[in-house]
Design a protein around this ligand. Structure first.
Ligand SMILES: [Zn+2]
Length: 171
């Protein structure tokens, strides 16, 4: 079982639990939508952070993170939060799904997307953990997609993470 919460503090009431299969579908569809909307480096980095939650590499059931830990920047938080919400809504418009060789189960996926929209709406500038963001950005090696100009998968048009293409890995 995986989870996404608002902050990394121990108050699990806001935690969204997800099965392994649903997590993989959510991350892929998030990435497909985000890749369309991401314009700035920060928005692409937020997308890659999400796509790194790749169970084929980090282990099944090992995904757990808080929205506050994403690589947000205070200067552009408002625009980037709007981008994140637009991306979540884009999942419900099935953006990029034509590149997939399966049909995501909307009855399972969309309720999770709706809960994440609610959770993201609660995220404020005060809650973001810039130290976690800096740590993540500093940990990038020289061949990491976040330092090599954000390459994409040719087949899925998805931004790559250091583990490659999330949709290819999930096949
Ligand atoms: Zn791919």
């Amino acid at each position: 079982m995986n989870w996404i919460s608002l902050t990394s503090e121990e108050n699990s009431f806001d935690e969204i639990p997800m099965s392994n299969g649903l997590t993989a579908v959510f991350i892929t569809t998030f990435g497909l939508s985000a890749t369309i909307f991401a314009e700035t480096e920060t928005q692409k980095a937020l997308t890659v952070f999400m796509l790194e939650k790749d169970q084929s590499c980090v282990g099944r059931g090992n995904v757990g993170f808080a929205l506050s830990e994403l690589p947000w920047r205070r200067q552009t938080f408002k625009q980037d939060k709007a981008f994140f919400l637009q991306t979540l809504s884009g999942i419900k418009e099935e953006l990029g799904w034509q590149t997939l060789d399966y049909e995501p189960e909307k009855e399972l996926l969309f309720p999770v997307v709706n809960r994440l929209i609610q959770l993201t709406e609660q995220l404020t500038e005060e809650l973001i953990e810039e130290a976690a963001a800096v740590e993540w950005l500093m940990a990038a090696k020289e061949d990491d997609p976040i330092v090599t100009g954000f390459p994409r998968c040719e087949e899925h048009q998805l931004l790559l993470s250091l583990y490659g293409c999330h949709a290819c890995n999930d096949k």
